[in-house]
Design a protein around this ligand. Structure first.
Ligand SMILES: O=C(O)CCC(=O)C(=O)O
Ligand SMILES: [Fe+2]
Length: 198
């Protein structure tokens, strides 16, 4: 597998955003999430904003609307648009918390549910994200640094799966680095809701 330490080697269509957040914002987001309610239904803790995503149905159900994004997330969503990373304003965000040893298995974000731009912002710990081409044997790994963002659109969104290996450490620039607790915020725009599984 090809290892890219600082996102020189991304799947086609992906964009790596260095230092999307300041350290102050990173701390403030942690505090905002602390005041919210984490769901424990998955192995990792999550909070959903805007719309609830139904992991079992792999759908955004018709009754899933939770309301507009809170102001602190709306500000970040607007920044993604003003900086040109998203064309339409994201209206759905999932916060994921990964303790060392936790990850997310290979997947493609629901294609009918969300538009073509998925953006994940990393906080508090590095981790490796692994991409695998669906109709091929290519794979590559990118180290996501705290406060960075990764935009998945085009082929990187639809033709490659992404995953975070469930490990306690990553190899960064040839050195083993222990993971700390990581939080990510994934921004999406809902384009289709349904009451039925897709
Ligand atoms: O934690 C991340 O950066 C990725 C999360 C993700 O892939 C997802 O929620 O679909
Ligand atoms: Fe994803």
């Amino acid at each position: 597998m090809d290892h890219a330490s600082d996102a020189v080697n991304l799947p086609p269509g992906a964009i790596y955003i260095r230092e999307f957040l300041s350290r102050e914002e990173e701390g403030a987001i942690e505090d905002w999430l602390d005041t919210g309610e984490w769901s424990n239904t998955l192995k990792r803790r999550v909070q959903h904003f805007g719309y609830l995503y139904d992991y079992r149905a792999r759908a955004v159900n018709a009754d899933a609307y939770l309301g507009t994004l809170p102001e602190w997330l709306e500000t970040l969503a607007e920044r993604l648009v003003t900086r040109g990373y998203a064309i339409d304003l994201p209206d759905q965000v999932i916060a994921n918390e990964y303790l060392p040893g936790q990850g997310i298995s290979a997947h493609i974000d629901c294609a009918p549910c969300f538009d073509d731009t998925i953006i994940s912002i990393s906080l508090l710990s590095q981790c490796e994200m692994v991409f695998r081409e669906r109709s091929g044997s290519r794979s590559l790994a990118v180290v996501l640094r705290p406060r960075s963002g990764i935009v998945l659109k085009g082929a990187s969104r639809y033709d490659w799966t992404h995953e975070i290996p469930a490990r306690k450490s990553d190899v960064v620039d040839g050195a083993k680095v222990d993971r700390r607790g990581r939080i990510s915020l994934t921004f999406r725009k809902v384009i289709q809701t349904t009451g039925k599984p897709l």
